[in-house]
Structures are given as structure tokens and as C-alpha cells.
Design a binder for this molecule. Sequence first.
Ligand SMILES: *[C@@H]1O[C@H](CO)[C@@H](O)[C@H](O)[C@H]1NC(C)=O
Ligand SMILES: *[C@@H]1O[C@H](CO)[C@@H](O)[C@H](O)[C@H]1NC(C)=O
Ligand SMILES: *[C@@H]1O[C@H](CO)[C@@H](O)[C@H](O)[C@H]1NC(C)=O
Ligand SMILES: *[C@@H]1O[C@H](CO)[C@@H](O)[C@H](O)[C@H]1NC(C)=O
Ligand SMILES: *[C@@H]1O[C@H](CO)[C@@H](O)[C@H](O)[C@H]1NC(C)=O
Ligand SMILES: *[C@@H]1O[C@H](CO)[C@@H](O)[C@H](O)[C@H]1NC(C)=O
Ligand SMILES: *[C@@H]1O[C@H](CO)[C@@H](O)[C@H](O)[C@H]1NC(C)=O
Length: 208
Amino acid sequence: MSAKHESFGSRHLPSFDETNDLKITKPDVLRFALIIIFVCGMIFSDITEIPTVPKFSVDNASLTQFNYTKTNHSLSYNLALNITITNPKKYIGLEYSDIQVTAYYGRTRFAFVTLVNETASFHQNPNTTVSFENVAVQGQKLVLFAESVFNKYSSGTDAGVYSVDLLIAFKETFVSGNAICNLKLPLGFNGTSTPGFEATKCWRRRYY
Ligand SMILES: *[C@@H]1O[C@H](CO)[C@@H](O)[C@H](O)[C@H]1NC(C)=O
Ligand SMILES: *[C@@H]1O[C@H](CO)[C@@H](O)[C@H](O)[C@H]1NC(C)=O
Ligand SMILES: *[C@@H]1O[C@H](CO)[C@@H](O)[C@H](O)[C@H]1NC(C)=O
Ligand SMILES: *[C@@H]1O[C@H](CO)[C@@H](O)[C@H](O)[C@H]1NC(C)=O
Ligand SMILES: *[C@@H]1O[C@H](CO)[C@@H](O)[C@H](O)[C@H]1NC(C)=O
Ligand SMILES: *[C@@H]1O[C@H](CO)[C@@H](O)[C@H](O)[C@H]1NC(C)=O
Ligand SMILES: *[C@@H]1O[C@H](CO)[C@@H](O)[C@H](O)[C@H]1NC(C)=O
């Protein structure tokens, strides 16, 4: 019995040497674990910051018609927009199922454009910027505002700079929300665009 115990103990001895080996490999395991934790941390920070993306801006715009006819309460408008969407995430792509742009003059909604819908969904790779170019916001809308109110949002009749606000609403797999772009649009006389529009960053109104 005692001999068996001895042999059991002696068999254990080399395993003590193995633990010595383990002590040598331990820092490697630790380093490996730290790298894993670090990588997970970066991806995690990407995920936790998801509610701050995407970022919208209007890089260029041209307003070639913005006429309100008081007698029939009709607003004729012709606006072209270059809308830019940035995904600053390093590892996470964004999958949009819906992006809609609503245009307001003052508090009056006058136009509505769909950029992306469920049947034409849209994937944006990490760390990229995409542009929707020459988005046409064009038409005629019956709206009720007094001429004074109409002029309130334009600075000078000749200069013809109109304040138009865009509400960009989007649906993404992980995040939905809307952003506001406060545009100052110089009206191009004579159906041609005037230079002078300044690229405008949109601000997050509600992301969830
Ligand atoms: C939008 O961008 C394209 C390419 O940069 C340009 O040709 C076009 O004139 C722009 N549209 C507007 C409305 O500024
Ligand atoms: C915007 O577009 C107009 C006309 O297409 C052009 O003259 C102007 O340089 C563009 N502005 C920017 C900032 O791209
Ligand atoms: C705006 O309306 C006025 C008067 O109806 C007209 O003379 C002018 O050509 C119109 N401008 C545009 C850009 O449609
Ligand atoms: C309103 O009146 C203007 C100018 O007479 C005209 O160009 C426009 O087509 C009219 N709109 C509607 C909806 O009747
Ligand atoms: C993101 O894009 C910029 C510019 O294209 C590039 O310099 C940078 O290395 C990219 N970052 C990653 C993490 O891919
Ligand atoms: C979705 O967008 C596509 C392309 O823009 C369009 O052909 C289709 O009619 C749209 N579907 C709906 C339901 O709006
Ligand atoms: C309208 O624009 C065209 C082309 O830019 C120009 O040839 C014409 O003289 C302009 N007309 C007026 C009345 O400004």
C-alpha cells in the first residue's frame, strides 16, 4: 500500500515539473487573453457607440425655384441636394432599410423624398462615406401661410436666401432615428443655381 502511495507520489513529481513549464507559458496565455480583451473592447466600443451613427450632411444644394403664389396658396419648388452619409465605425457596417427626407419651410412641411426603402435596402461598409447625388425635391404644394410668414424665412427678397430644414429619418438594423439639417439656400434666379451654398452638417435630433 505504502509502496503504491510512493509510486503515486513519484508519478506526481514530473507533473510538478510540468507546472514549472506552465509558469513559463502563463504570461503568454495572459498576453493572449489581453489581446482578446483588447480586440473585444474595441469592437464593444464600436457597438456601444452605435447610437451615435450614422452622420449626415448636405454637401451641396441648389435651389432653382421657390415661388409662393398667395392667390392659390401654391408653393412651387425645385431643389437638388447632395446628401452625404458617413459611417465612422471601424468594424461595423450599417444596413439601412429606410431613409426618408422631409423638407420644411418654417414649420410647414412641403416635400418628401425616399432615398432608401425596404425593397431597395442599402448596405454601408465600415469607415466609408456615401453620397446620394442630385436628390430632386421638386413639385408644387398647397400650403397656407401668409406672405409675411413666407418672407420671414428668407433674408431679403433680392438676395433670396431661404431657410429650409430637412428632417432625415432612417431605419438601420441596430439604430433608428432622425437628424435635422438647417439649410440656407440661395435662390438661383433664372432657373440656374447660384454658388454660395455652404456644406451643412446635420445634427442628431433623436437616435434610439
Ligand atoms: C452633386 O455632386 C455632383 C458630383 O460631385 C455634382 O456634379 C453635382 O453638381 C452636385 N449637385 C448639386 C445639386 O450640387
Ligand atoms: C455646388 O454646386 C455648384 C453647382 O453645381 C458648384 O458651382 C459649387 O462649386 C458646388 N459647391 C461645392 C461646395 O461643392
Ligand atoms: C415666380 O413667380 C413670379 C410671378 O408669378 C414669376 O415672374 C417668376 O418667373 C417665378 N420664378 C420662378 C423661379 O419660377
Ligand atoms: C397657382 O398660381 C400660379 C401662378 O398663377 C401657377 O403657376 C400655379 O400653377 C398655380 N398652382 C395651382 C396648384 O393651381
Ligand atoms: C478609415 O479610412 C481612412 C481614410 O480612407 C483610412 O486612412 C483609415 O486607415 C481607415 N481606418 C480603418 C480602421 O480602416
Ligand atoms: C422602393 O424603392 C425602389 C427604388 O427606388 C422603387 O422602385 C420602389 O417602388 C420603392 N418601393 C416602395 C414600396 O416605395
Ligand atoms: C438666364 O441664364 C442664361 C444662362 O445662364 C443667360 O444666358 C440669360 O441671359 C439669363 N437671363 C436673365 C434674364 O438673366
